[in-house]
Design a protein around this ligand. Structure first.
Ligand SMILES: [Fe+2]
Length: 291
């Protein structure tokens, strides 16, 4: 049963998206924050979104998609009740679990010569990285289904949103790369995104599935065929209808990765005071150690 709290806080029912960290030695003190809802991107970031610099180092600016929203930039720690709702002990489910794992310790910088080269801008191809990173991914995840690597993406520091289609920045959005009808989103692929850069970055998300959001804003989920942008439209309607609903911000340190059902929830990336790079794979990733 879905419920909205009296202050438009979390949905605390069984249907919400939850966090899992199967490695018991990871410490999350101060790494999870909640925003006071979402705001129009143009109001939060009046200068406009920054893209990664061109090859000659020239900064490049983009523009926000009409009506796009980003988390309100005032962050707070979750309450004890919110933390319990977020850190459910529910088993991993690829359609509604955001997982975080450490793949590399300090050895990320020495084991593979491609990493320092990548971070000093001397390496344009990530081809040398993929098999090396995938071996580590396989040590924490069962992988199945078609696997594909999204190239290394670089983002400048202090980015409020990191998702671009051409020059247009999306803000919070739902992916539709899998081409799956709304009703079949629980079976869409998920992704793992590895922080291969020198600084912390953030994965931001709303802890509701597309079906949860549709129910909460009274949109019938009947589509049996894929329609591009349909899931995202449900997410945008939810954000407009519930502008105070908290957005979760998860800090992802260098060498760590998050696993997330990005076809089935509102999400985006943000950067810290450091430039960031991440290497992403889509497929079917199931975190071990939490069955
Ligand atoms: Fe995305």
């Amino acid at each position: 049963m879905l419920e909205i709290g009296s202050s438009d806080g979390f949905v605390l029912g069984d249907a919400s998206v939850t966090l899992l960290a199967p490695q018991p030695d990871m410490i999350f003190e101060g790494r999870i924050a909640l925003s006071e809802g979402s705001v129009l991107a143009r109001e939060a970031d009046s200068e406009g979104p920054r893209r990664s610099p061109s090859a000659n180092g020239t900064p490049r600016m983009g523009r926000y998609r009409e009506g796009s929203r980003v988390p309100a930039m005032t962050w707070r720690a979750p309450s004890a009740q919110e933390a319990r709702a977020l850190w459910s002990a529910r088993p991993f489910r690829s359609d509604r679990t955001v997982g975080i794992v450490r793949l590399f310790n300090g050895d990320m910088w020495t084991d593979n010569p491609a990493i320092p080269a990548l971070n000093t801008g001397k390496l344009n191809s990530d081809g040398a990285l993929e098999p090396w990173v995938l071996r580590r991914v396989a040590s924490v995840c069962d992988m199945s289904g078609p696997l594909s690597a999204v190239r290394v993406v670089a983002n400048p520091p202090h980015s409020v949103s990191t998702t671009f289609v051409g020059d247009e920045c999306l803000g919070l959005h739902v992916d539709d790369g899998a081409g799956v009808p709304i009703r079949e989103l629980p079976f869409a692929y998920n992704r793992i995104s590895v922080n291969v850069g020198p600084g912390d970055r953030f994965f931001v998300f709303v802890n509701l599935t597309v079906a949860d959001m549709a129910r909460l804003v009274d949109i019938p989920v009947v589509s049996a065929s894929f329609s591009p942008g349909e899931a995202d439209a449900i997410g945008q309607k939810f954000l407009s209808a519930r502008p105070r609903y908290p957005v979760v911000r998860l800090r992802v340190r260098p060498g760590e990765a998050y696993v997330a059902p990005t076809e089935n929830l509102l999400h985006d990336g943000q950067t810290s005071s450091s430039p960031c790079k991440h290497l992403t794979f889509t497929g079917n990733f199931h975190l071990r150690g939490w069955e």
